[in-house]
Design a protein around this ligand. Sequence first.
Ligand SMILES: [Zn+2]
Length: 320
Amino acid sequence: MKNIYISLLLLLNIVGACGQNNNNNNNKENRMIKFNKLTQAEENVIVNKATERPFTGEYLNNTEEGTYVCKRCDAPLFYSSDKFDANCGWPSFDDEIEGSVKRVPDADGRRTEIICNNCGAHLGHVFLGESFTKKNTRHCVNSISLKFIPKKDKLQVKDKSLEKIYFASGCFWGTEYFFMKAPGVVSTSVGFMGGDKKNPTYKEVSEQKTGHVETTEVVFDPTKTTYGDLVRLFFETHDFTQTDGQGPDIGPQYLSRIFYKNDEEKKIAEKYIGLLTEKGYRVATTLKPVSDYWKAENYHQQYYKHKGSTPYCHVYKKIF
Ligand SMILES: [Zn+2]
């Protein structure tokens, strides 16, 4: 079933049908943010989304410890500890400061653009699945979009203490659809967990040889929502009694599963399974400890948001 959707998606990408509605929203948000004055060269990249020439940027070979912030609004974006040498001509980071970088479909219909989540400044692009580092992610960033604050200058980064959790409930497009809209959720991504093979591809997981399940990573702000709220949402957005997959997607990669990081999370998940059992449901969801999470290919990320449609296999149903 999903393969049909993927074929359609790839076709749409080829004809470049991806819309760019994000600019209007950014403009609205931008009115509230104080911007630093930009030079013409900075504006070309940050506003007009040009790309600086490879191997020319100020920070390409910078190995000093510190934090990279947005040139336009000073929001902290990347730590030097996540910088690596991809030999591609631009500074590369395999992680972002949580919640600071937003991924949007590029106007070219193929790549995924990254922008400052605070002010919408163009930063560069993100590429997944290249196996440069364990995180399997390369934020390819224009130096000119960044400002470097050495550690000795003590940047005050607001510690928001965000939490990361993992749910599997069938096709990850549908699981992510509900979590990315949930209050208190800062960011989401989809990938694979629970199997043996490192850096599996979607195709390998689909062939059911790796042991992974399609998994959604949810980053949330514990001052705005709780693990229990999100566990309830998990159970209320899929058929947790199905034992062979989810909806029309049949196979071990589509099983219902909660990956817990610690005893506290496990106990909360068990509490809700107990409540559902009392209500007469035969819960098929299994609980497993968190293991390596491998992000899926770009075109699976925020799938329904980019497509502007709704899931075929997940619906919200109030239970609690
Ligand atoms: Zn910014």
